[in-house]
Design a protein around this ligand. Sequence first.
Ligand code: NAD
Ligand code: LMR
Length: 340
Amino acid sequence: MAAPLRVLVTGAAGQIGYSLVLQIAKGDVFGKETPIVLVLLDIPPMAAVLEGVQFELTDCALANLTGVEAVTNEKDAFTNIDYAFLVGAMPRKEGMERKDLLAANVRIFKSQGKALADFAKPTTKVIVVGNPANTNAFICAKYAAGKIPSRNFSAMTRLDHNRASAQVALKSGVTVGNVKNVIIWGNHSSTQFPDVSHAKVTKSSGEVDAVSAVGDAEWLKTGFISLPSQTVQKRGAVIIEKRKLSSAMSAAKAACDHIHDWYKGTPEGVFVSMAVPSDGSYGIPEGLIFSFPVTIANGEWKIVQGLELNDFAQEKIAVTTKELLEERDEALAACGESKQ
Ligand code: NAD
Ligand code: LMR
């Protein structure tokens, strides 16, 4: 039998953690045949809660879960891991923007970047979920540099991607499995640009452009993007307003989709949204952790090239790029570094 994958989940005593660990443990990410050891990290005051989660996972009696380790220090958490789901961070409350969390959360990702460099394998792949996710991933990658390549770091915009696909499906009268190739450009924030201009919908008559399947071009430029009732940009805030807690079940599912596709690859002709270090594609400054459409094969993502961006798209992408540059500088300052 192959050696088990060591999979770390930080913030495992929190809300997302509670949904996420079961999905990973039962094979939704790496497959039912892949043995895994789950490493659960949280802060020392959460040790008892974490142990409760560990006991429950044991009680799930899952065939390929070969171990569950509950730890409260970074050395034990990061040693020899293959994958890291970095969830542990403060969530926002009603009325806040995600970037309001920057000062509180960025230090966690500086410290975990160093821990990755010190203890993890050089091949470790990382998804940052804790907000503001793109900028936290940027900082984490910076402090792991030299040991782990920056292309192994990503931030989660798959929840936005899934939200956009679901809205297109609802409006087109199909199930979400019949929608592909929506794109989230930029930041996991209210400046992100959800773009359906390259998306396709499969109807009983065959595959058509999403824009014609939806049949409401105006809605795609307005309500779909930003009106609170239907929106993709503001959906996270709407969930907080209603639940008084931020999204957890859908966030955990999206994190699983993200790593599942990174591990297994994307099907022919399908792309997904993933925030990865820019290589300059579409004019985005190099190194910024920016959500792009990507295809994945053999564990390597590739930014989809050559998509046409009209004036509307370019304007939206400029806004989210500007915000990410500002966040980057603020985060560097919070870490005691000079601006780039
Ligand atoms: P939560 O408060 O329920 O859980 C967070 C957990 O992290 C807590 O148990 C806390 O003790 C732990 N934690 C704090 N500092 C830690 C550290 N240094 N090391 C390890 N653990 C630590 O929050 P939640 O609802 O699970 O959300 C977690 C994060 O995910 C938030 O920042 C939230 O905004 C973000 N989020 C992102 C997305 C996305 O799409 N990218 C979606 C949903 C939530
Ligand atoms: C989300 O998109 O639901 C999360 O990022 C939580 C939030 O703060 O909106």
